[in-house]
Design a protein around this ligand. Structure first.
Ligand SMILES: C[S@@+](CC[C@H](N)C(=O)[O-])C[C@H]1O[C@@H](n2cnc3c(N)ncnc32)[C@H](O)[C@@H]1O
Length: 270
């Protein structure tokens, strides 16, 4: 039952399962109004509207408001000052990050190596241009360097930099490569954190749990249409990534069953 339907009639309310009610209680609308004190940048709602009109089905690539709030909170928790984002799109998650850094007292200016507090990697020049405009409207442009190009190559250029938070949210087939590059080059600060998005996408869960072979054309709920034709490859790549990280002795990892799966990874301190 959709959240909005639950309270539309007494019968719906009675028929709602405890799980549905819990989800409703913790839903975005409920949390924003009653149960959290998030810092949601006002410009964010404009970005969501723009994403929906300009990019229709691709607009789901942006983090939800709820996820953005959580990530913003986490930035405060770890006192992050430097962030690397792999996968910019129109800059929704980036504006949340910039907002979190502002709250941490970080100034929006380049460090001694010439990089601003957030470095975001994006292959599409079009998305990067839209994002830059959003940053100006959100008044956070001083906080963000956008590197246009294939993230594999951009990461090599950044290999001698350190980040407190790395957000992996670009092409799913490359997650493992991105992660290995970050770890092998020691790009994470001592108390750093890696957040990885979409680690329990539909294409992973159906791949590993289906009791019978799954039809390639069967509809997928929560992966963008652009991934539909290659869902098996994406699912395998994400599963391989999840398994690799779980067995990586250098880190501690928790996968949260939130959104489409979000994995938190932190280095083990020796
Ligand atoms: C899921 S979206 C990022 C969403 C963004 N983090 C947000 O929450 O608003 C993934 C982005 O990664 C970009 N991308 C895909 N492959 C890439 C690559 N090899 N290098 C850099 N960016 C890539 C896509 O163009 C897309 O904009």
């Amino acid at each position: 039952m959709a959240f909005t339907e639950i309270f539309s009639s007494e019968e719906n309310y009675k028929n709602a399962s405890p799980e549905e009610l819990r989800l409703y209680y913790a839903s975005k609308a409920s949390v924003v109004s009653h149960h959290s004190t998030p810092t949601v940048p006002p410009v964010i709602s404009n970005i969501y509207k723009q994403n929906a009109t300009q990019y229709t089905e691709l607009s789901i690539m942006a983090v939800s408001e709820y996820q953005g709030m959580l990530q913003n909170f986490v930035i405060g928790l770890i006192g992050a000052k430097k962030i690397l984002e792999i996968g910019l799109f129109t800059g929704t998650s980036t504006v949340f990050f910039a907002n979190g850094l502002q709250r941490n007292g970080v100034a929006g200016q380049p460090d001694s190596n010439g990089y601003r507090p957030i470095v975001s990697l994006e292959i599409s020049e079009e998305y990067a241009n839209v994002a830059r405009q959003n940053f100006i409207e959100a008044n956070v442009e001083d906080y963000i360097d956008v590197m246009i190009g294939d993230a594999h190559e951009s990461l090599v250029k950044l290999a001698d930099q350190k980040f407190d938070l790395v957000f992996i949210d670009a092409d799913k087939l490359s997650y493992l490569d991105y992660y290995k590059t970050i770890m092998e080059n020691d790009m994470l600060s001592k108390n750093g954190l890696v957040i990885v998005d979409n680690t329990a996408f539909d294409c992973v869960t159906r791949l590993i749990s289906a009791p019978v072979p799954v039809d390639d054309d069967a509809p997928l709920l929560n992966i963008p249409k652009s991934y539909h034709s290659e869902w098996r490859d994406v699912g395998k790549a994400l599963h391989e990534f999840n398994e690799f990280v779980r067995q990586d002795p250098r880190v501690e990892v928790v996968m949260l069953p939130l959104f489409t799966g979000i994995t938190l990874i932190r280095p083990l301190l020796n």
